[in-house]
Design a protein around this ligand. Sequence first.
Ligand SMILES: CC(C)(COP(=O)(O)OP(=O)(O)OC[C@H]1O[C@@H](n2cnc3c(N)ncnc32)[C@H](O)[C@@H]1OP(=O)(O)O)[C@@H](O)C(=O)NCCC(=O)NCCS
Length: 156
Amino acid sequence: MSATRAGQSNSVFIRPALIKDVPAILKIERVAETATHWTEGKYLGIFEQQTPRRIALVAEDESGVHGFGVIQLLHQECEIENLVVVSGMRRQGVGNQLLCSLIEVARNHGAAAVFLEVRDANEAARALYNRVGFSECGRRKGYYHSPEEDAILYRL
Ligand SMILES: CC(C)(COP(=O)(O)OP(=O)(O)OC[C@H]1O[C@@H](n2cnc3c(N)ncnc32)[C@H](O)[C@@H]1OP(=O)(O)O)[C@@H](O)C(=O)NCCC(=O)NCCS
């Protein structure tokens, strides 16, 4: 996938993540409480040949990486595993651009459905997923820990 120019609201580019982006990804993820938290090794694993396949995108401008998203592709399904924008750059359309780009990548890889799960109380993420067209399709009681919380499942 080639890098795409983001909307006119800002000057962020969305591009495929590279191994060199892992330190920036970790830095963004570690301070985002509601993000999914992975080890460095798991992020590095994105860049190895594997089944199911993972793909990560980053949002960057001339000052660096400000957000990222990760999908997992298996047969005709895609799962959005993480989506994080650095707190100082939120509500500027970056999350929406990352999410739409992840969906486009999934479609280009033949995905017929995109799934994700999110904390019940994560209003920002849920508003974004609703806006992009996801529908609620289930609830997993007590799925998350520290703090314990239900997961809401979404499908596009
Ligand atoms: C969820 C997240 C990625 C959204 O990123 P973002 O760049 O702020 O989102 P956008 O600016 O593209 O927002 C697009 C739309 O989503 C909705 N939205 C985003 N943040 C919102 C908030 N805090 N409250 C209500 N609606 C919100 C709005 O409809 C918004 O459009 P608008 O600004 O025109 O009203 C970001 O809040 C984040 O990184 N959160 C922490 C990590 C996380 O919880 N990730 C989800 C894991 S499942």
